[in-house]
Design a protein around this ligand. Structure first.
Ligand SMILES: Cc1cc2nc3c(=O)[nH]c(=O)nc-3n(C[C@H](O)[C@H](O)[C@H](O)COP(=O)(O)OP(=O)(O)OC[C@H]3O[C@@H](n4cnc5c(N)ncnc54)[C@H](O)[C@@H]3O)c2cc1C
Length: 229
């Protein structure tokens, strides 16, 4: 796997523990990659010299790459410490989360699991504004929602439908729902032949996967990415 030096261009705070880092290679270019892929980030003098994976939240045609990182421990803490002008080491992009289909998409994500879903959604709508896609996005509180304004703009400008689910806040804005994502509602809203993309923690992905299977969605129609052990 080739390694590259990347330079931070700007940092966008998403919530109290999530930032998006926008970066390019040293010559100002971006890596070739497919929407939904991830890179490995390497830091010296850590307990994980083999690096850790971070999904690209950017779309391949955008002028900068980005990763969206939740602060948890060693690597994510180092990433949260980066500022514009700092450099860090990354790999080529890889992974097969994106099923590369023209069929309707149902994206189901939780927390920072939005990263590869947002990459795929942006990529699809850059190519076809009439693309059929839905996003069911779960967060603990409204303040935890990443890309809130960008998602609202995308759903105004395209046929993307975004449904926010807020699990640990009593009062939520009118256009958001309280409580967990209800798979039966996802299925009712989904088009025939829809492909399901699911990303989040192990427990979230496992639960959604099980529920989709229980409701008769074939495994070939489900693509998953899991972030944490
Ligand atoms: C394919 C892939 C893509 C990924 N993409 C992203 C991404 O886009 N954004 C992102 O933020 N992360 C992503 N991750 C996770 C990332 O690789 C790291 O695992 C994560 O940043 C934690 O590493 P750390 O060194 O900061 O924490 P560590 O120092 O390894 O962990 C500290 C402690 O926190 C625990 N912990 C693990 N998960 C959680 C959690 N959810 N909440 C609280 N504690 C936890 C660990 O078990 C450990 O005990 C991805 C992982 C994979 C495999």
């Amino acid at each position: 796997m080739r390694r590259h030096q990347a330079r931070i261009v700007r940092v966008q705070r998403q919530s109290h523990d999530v930032v998006t880092l926008y970066f390019c290679l040293q010559d100002g270019s971006v890596l070739p990659y497919a929407a939904g892929q991830y890179i490995t980030v390497y830091f010296d003098a850590t307990s994980t010299p083999e690096g850790k994976a971070y999904s690209l939240s950017s779309a391949p045609s955008e002028p900068l790459m980005s990763i969206t990182v939740k602060k948890i421990g060693e690597y994510s803490g180092r990433l949260h410490g980066l500022a514009a002008g700092n450099t860090f080491t990354i790999s080529d992009a890889y992974g097969h989360f994106n099923p590369m289909t023209t069929k309707p998409l149902v994206c189901i994500g939780a927390g920072v699991g939005i990263a590869p879903l947002w990459s795929v959604i942006k990529h699809e709508y850059q190519h076809d504004a009439q693309r059929v896609a839905q996003l069911f996005y779960s967060n603990k509180t409204v303040d935890d929602v990443a890309f809130l304004d960008e998602l609202a703009e995308a759903s105004d400008a395209t046929s993307l439908r975004v449904r926010h689910h807020i699990t640990r806040q009593q009062e939520v804005p009118a256009l958001m729902s309280r409580g967990r994502i209800d798979i039966e509602k996802c299925l009712q809203a989904a088009e025939e032949e829809a492909i399901y993309l699911v990303c989040g923690s192990v427990s979230f992905v496992r639960d959604i996967w099980k529920e989709l299977m229980t409701h008769g969605i074939a495994a070939e129609r489900i693509s998953t990415e899991t972030f944490f052990e």
